[in-house]
Write a protein that binds this ligand. Structure first.
Ligand code: C5P
Length: 211
């Protein structure tokens, strides 16, 4: 059967990562977290003391580094110059700088290419902000995950992460290149009043309609 991509987009703390992961388990597909790629470039820039607002310096860094994306089993992996940043990708410094890095067009061009490359060898569920709109605009399978503001901030503080979600969402939605939007053909799934399992069931119903 031909390979395909399922695009899961939405704002921070909407429940899209959990949904995408559980959906991947249920369907036996590889799950790719595209946000980890933007976080990894941010991690490298901070390591090199590059100001994320200095886009010329960030772009120059892109020419020097090598990024590899793949998967172990059903989980996507990423290394930069052979190093897997691991849990450091969730650090506060990354949360507060990643939107500046992801607004740089050259960063996006490089990472979108790596994201599309997955289809050369596997079908994927990919989650992010522009997967249905830019990375895989032709896929019929697109879900936009959302949740009430109150539910999202409660989820984030439950996880114990320090993250100015509202600020990050505003930056991601207002940027010029590939802003967060409900992609053409995407169905909005509001997870506010769903449990994890009922959210996955709802997503599977949406995908059946789209297929
Ligand atoms: O999904 P996550 O919250 O880990 O993404 C981190 C950041 O990476 C987002 O706030 C956004 O700036 C950027 N991102 C993006 N496009 C994607 C995925 C993430 O710009 N497809």
């Amino acid at each position: 059967t031909p390979r395909f991509a399922i695009a899961i987009d939405g704002p921070a703390a909407s429940g899209k990562s959990t949904l995408a992961r559980r959906l991947a388990q249920r369907l036996g597909l590889v799950m790719v977290n595209s946000g980890a790629m933007y976080r990894a470039v941010t991690w490298k820039a901070l390591q090199e003391n590059i100001d994320p607002a200095d886009s010329a310096a960030v772009v120059a860094m892109l020419d020097r580094i090598s990024i590899h994306c793949g998967e172990t089993g059903m989980t996507s992996t990423i290394t930069i110059d052979g190093v897997d940043p691991g849990d450091e990708l969730r650090a506060e410094a990354i949360n507060s700088n990643v939107s500046a890095i992801s607004a740089i067009p050259e960063v996006r061009t490089l990472l979108v290419d790596l994201q599309r490359n997955y289809l050369d060898h596997t079908s994927v569920i990919m989650e992010g902000r522009d997967i249905g709109s830019v990375v895989f605009p032709d896929t019929p399978f697109k879900i936009y995950v959302d949740a009430d503001e109150a539910v999202r901030s409660a989820r984030r503080s439950h996880v114990g992460e320090v993250d100015s979600v509202a600020k990050r969402d505003a930056a991601d939605s207002e940027r010029k290149h590939a802003p967060l939007v409900v992609a053409e053909g995407a169905v909005v799934l509001d997870t506010s009043h769903h449990t994890i399992e009922s959210g996955v069931d709802a997503a599977i119903e949406i995908l059946k309609q789209q297929g």
